[in-house]
Ligand binder design. Structure first.
Ligand code: NAI
Length: 506
């Protein structure tokens, strides 16, 4: 195969530099590693040789492959040796001044035909390229850690980057076996921007005392199909990494409330509870395993009260069928009898508001999240309001657990847990489309590969219904009076006319 770049310099031989060198060598291009600390470059090369030998032992690659890859990685003792390289990928410390000074130095060494790329995850491509004599050949090339496994890379053209440079790098990424996506130069690019929906909203749920970390994780895993709950994920990434990203994106968007970070995370970071690697984050770890308290048991209720369902409940027909299957005694009157458990299923509104608006007795009113088709989830989520009697709460819990499905009971909140987090993710993704940061298709690819969500955020919006997501946001904005939940115009238009979020305008 003829490669678009035969020889690639990688400056900065840390975690990312080593990973980039690995995939370059594996695609049979030449990788030249340079680091201010020579030892770091040597270590990276030795690590790669050991990694390939390990793969030979496991039968994943042949001994000849390992040998060939090894001949493709060399170490440069000084920057001047990078002169023949056709592409330089920088993966040094995340500091604007240091990166600018490196690229200025490189301009004095490599010919103008050499493409200069930065793996920065948070700095502006335009800002790094501003001081260069030839900013048109400077571009962002943002990989994820670990590079070989995270098969997506963002190609970020700055304001002065030549379009053909972006196309060339895009095609080169495909030659490396990665999926390339084109991103506009904007804070967090695609993946780190889209990723603001999950953790920040989950932190907000916890900060409001609605549910604890473990309950939120369980709900999002079991109801929405996330592989890891947001708190497990933050523990894995480390708050020392994720909190600065949350703060930086918030600040770069001039305090946009959708990205507002959480005081809880800032405090935990200050306390050094950064996650799995230090043995304690949101969870405590023993022998690498999170210590999670058991869920509260299902209450034993001798006689269940009759159940009355609000006529305005979401998925009301499904809810009635579910209650029938659970063997509930269903009331059909216009209003509940004096002993009935009263069920509401709001989208976005809290149980309290619904009880008041529908003139229901709050002491007997419990909410259930019906955003998601019950048949497709492994957990049901109920919410009480401040006046709900404990016998009514326990009766609802026991009833919905009758077929063995897990049940979580949380405190009242606009939009339960899944509604809030899903709506926030879909809204932020919609705004990425509204701002033209990338195409809807690239957004979906970048998020599924870069964040491992069960679906792309727009497909997630389609699954739950753009109109429902819009309703959740509108109502949450009313409950909280917070512009954080104002729907992006992109979602608003599509949701209002019931259009798929993946529909591209002609
Ligand atoms: P690291 O700290 O593991 O490695 C950085 C390396 O650069 C060190 O070996 C250091 O000696 C070297 N270095 C520092 N200044 C240098 C200079 N002026 N010239 C040459 N070498 C220099 O860092 P890591 O994690 O590999 O990150 C590197 C870059 O990649 C940063 O811009 C970071 O934001 C970005 N990035 C990091 C990701 C991650 O998860 N670690 C993910 C995506 C991007």
């Amino acid at each position: 195969m003829t490669h678009l770049f035969q020889s690639v310099a990688i400056v900065g031989a840390g975690a990312m530099g080593q990973g980039i060198a690995q995939i370059v060598a594996q695609s049979d291009c030449h990788a030249v590693l340079y680091d201010v600390q020579r030892a770091a470059a040597d270590t990276a090369r030795n690590n790669l040789l050991a990694l390939w030998q390990g793969q030979v032992k496991k039968g994943r690659i042949s001994a000849q492959d390992a040998e060939r890859f090894a001949t493709r990685v060399s170490v440069a003792g000084d920057l001047a040796q990078l002169q023949p390289c056709e592409l330089v990928v920088e993966a040094i410390v995340e500091r604007l001044d240091v990166k600018v000074s490196l690229f200025k130095q490189l301009e004095g060494i490599v010919p103008t035909s050499t493409v200069l790329a930065s793996n920065t995850s948070s700095l502006s491509i335009a800002a790094i390229g501003a001081g260069l004599a030839h900013p048109e050949r400077f571009i962002g090339f943002h990989f994820f850690n670990p590079v070989a496994l995270m098969k997506v890379v963002e190609v970020i053209a700055g304001l002065r980057t030549a379009p053909e440079v972006a196309t060339r790098l895009f095609n080169f990424a495909q030659q490396l076996g990665h999926t390339a996506v084109m991103a506009k130069d904007s804070p967090g690019f695609i993946v780190n921007h889209a990723g603001r929906g999950y953790g920040t909203e989950a932190l907000r749920v916890v900060s409001e005392g609605i549910a604890d970390f473990a309950t939120v994780d369980r709900i999002l895993r079991d109801q929405a199909g996330f592989k890891m709950g947001p708190f497990e994920l933050m523990d894995l990434t480390g708050l020392d990494v994720s909190q600065p990203v949350m703060e930086s994106i918030y600040q770069q968007f001039y305090d946009e409330p959708r990205y507002r970070p959480s005081a809880i995370a800032a405090q935990r970071l200050a306390a050094g509870l950064t996650g799995r690697k230090v043995g304690e984050g949101f969870y405590r770890y023993l022998d690498g395993k999170a210590q999670v308290a058991d869920e509260p048991p299902v209450p034993v209720v001798e006689t269940l009260p009759p159940v009355w369902v609000s006529p305005r409940a979401a998925r009301r027909v499904e809810l009635l069928l579910l209650l029938k299957n659970l063997g509930a005694q269903i009331e059909t009157g216009q209003s509940p009898s004096p002993h009935a458990l009263t069920l509401v299923a709001p989208l976005g509104f809290d149980v309290t508001t619904v009880a008041v608006v529908e003139r229901l007795d709050p002491a007997r009113t419990v909410g259930i999240d019906m955003l998601i088709d019950d048949a497709t989830t492994k957990r049901r989520v109920l919410a009480t309001n401040p006046a709900t009697r404990s016998d009514m709460r326990d009766a609802a819990h026991a009833l919905f657990a009758r077929d063995g499905k897990a049940v979580s009971v949380i405190r009242d909140s606009g939009g339960f847990v899944t509604q809030r987090v899903v709506a926030h993710i879909v809204n932020i993704a919609s705004d990425i489309c509204q701002q033209g940061i990338c195409s809807p298709g690239d957004l979906e690819k970048a998020v599924t590969l870069g964040l491992g969500y069960p679906q792309g955020p727009l497909a997630m919006g389609n699954l739950y219904g753009p109109t429902n997501v819009l309703e959740v946001l509108f109502n949450m904005q009313t409950v909280y009076g917070d512009t954080r939940y104002r729907p992006s115009p992109w979602l608003r238009r599509r949701g209002a006319i019931g259009l798929s979020l993946l529909h591209e305008e002609a």
